[in-house]
Design a protein around this ligand. Structure first.
Ligand SMILES: *Cc1c(COP(=O)(O)O)cnc(C)c1O
Length: 364
């Protein structure tokens, strides 16, 4: 099977093999492994001694919730873009914030448009009570990548703090804490652009921001202040609860592969190439891409269904028979075919998948 999905993604065999062992997580070997993984991760984000990379045995939604709960105040105002698509990841972020009793100030954008720095600037200028902006870097629903650099600047100029959901970005799209003094935290997981196994979430956060908001989480398992306190008192490499040790061992191998590939820059180039091939070919096959080329990011490409009566289930079943897996659902405002460009795949795998997609489309 080759996965063209958005997480779990296709992994390299060496990453999968690293899981095939029993691990006693409380000894020095495992602790060294975890500390090494944390250091590598902090380095990718160019973090310094003000930051900490905290692992969380959970998927992305959980880390996002822990981050919102731990880095903002109850009843505090957070600016969050929302789209006209219920399934967009930014809407999920807004839902998490609302259910954590934060006041979400929604910034409405179309599912097919990126969030601009101007929109963020204007919204912050209008409401001086807003203290935080939470933004999805790569919107895995539509495939749009938001310009974090200029949005960060807008946040900075308004003396607000930024939280970045970098779940489908980290490891490929650039992020540098030194260029983002306004950023309190970024979140991501092991199973997307890092090309590890799923099961581990991470937040890289400013320690001062965690301490400043201590007591706001109203949760024990979601409280980053408690995670940080454990880390600082019990010691590096200790996990508060049972760690997904094999997932961490696999991530260590995956991070070495990322280095060998040439780091996030090289990985982004490969993903961009995959996405471009998919985008251009879909037009040739007769499908209409969901986004205009200028908005098309390098992570996922969506195309409209060929017709309203399209047998989507039959289509993906046909692909599975050929060992090709694409998303079995869509995350756009109107029905789409959703093809991931990330994971341990390159133009050979993408080219082969597109041939099979073309055949499956013209089967009837
Ligand atoms: C995948 C993803 C998440 C989290 O998804 P989980 O299934 O909870 O791991 C959050 N935000 C974005 C942008 C994502 O791509």
């Amino acid at each position: 099977m080759t996965l063209f999905t958005l997480g779990p993604v296709q992994t390299h065999q060496s990453v999968r093999v690293a899981m095939a062992q029993d691990i006693a997580p409380w000894n020095y070997r495992f602790r060294n492994l975890l500390v090494r993984v944390q250091e590598k991760i902090l380095k990718i984000a160019n973090g310094n001694s003000a930051h900490v990379a905290l692992p969380f045995p959970a998927p992305g939604h959980f880390v996002n919730e822990a981050t919102i709960r731990s880095l903002t105040k109850i009843d505090g105002k957070i600016l969050i873009p929302v789209t006209d698509c219920e399934k967009s990841y930014t809407n999920r972020l807004a839902k998490i914030a609302r259910e954590s009793k934060r006041q979400v100030v929604p910034l409405l954008v179309k599912d097919t448009s990126s969030v601009t720095a101007e929109l963020v600037y204007t919204a912050l200028e209008k409401d001086r009570e807003i203290k935080h902006v939470a933004i999805v870097y790569s919107e895995t629903g539509s495939g749009i990548v938001n310009d974090i650099k200029s949005i960060g600047e807008a946040v900075r100029l308004n003396n607000c703090r930024m939280i970045v959901d970098a779940v489908s970005a980290f490891g490929a799209l650039p992020f540098d804490f030194e260029q983002h003094p306004e950023c309190d935290a970024i979140t991501f997981t092991s199973g997307k652009c890092l090309e590890g196994m799923p099961g581990l979430g991470f937040v890289i956060a400013r320690k001062d921001a965690i301490k400043l908001n201590q007591g706001q989480a109203e949760s024990q398992s979601m409280d980053l202040a408690d995670v940080l306190n454990y880390y600082e008192t019990v010691g590096p490499g200790y996990f508060r609860f049972t760690p997904p040790a094999q997932v961490i061992a696999a991530l260590d191998v995956a991070l070495t592969r990322l280095e060998q590939e040439g780091g996030p820059k090289a990985r982004l180039r490969r993903y961009r190439n995959n996405a471009d091939i998919i985008y251009n070919r879909l037009s040739d096959i007769g499908l209409t891409p969901y986004l205009k080329q200028a908005e098309q990011g390098p992570i996922v490409v969506n195309a409209h269904w060929p017709s309203a009566s399209f047998d989507f289930y039959g289509f993906i079943t046909e692909l599975i028979k050929k060992d090709i897996v694409i998303s079995g659902f869509y995350t756009t405002q109107s029905p789409t075919i959703r093809i991931g460009a990330i994971g341990a795949i390159g133009e050979v795998e993408v080219g082969h998948a597109l041939l099979e997609i073309e055949k499956a489309l013209h089967l009837k």
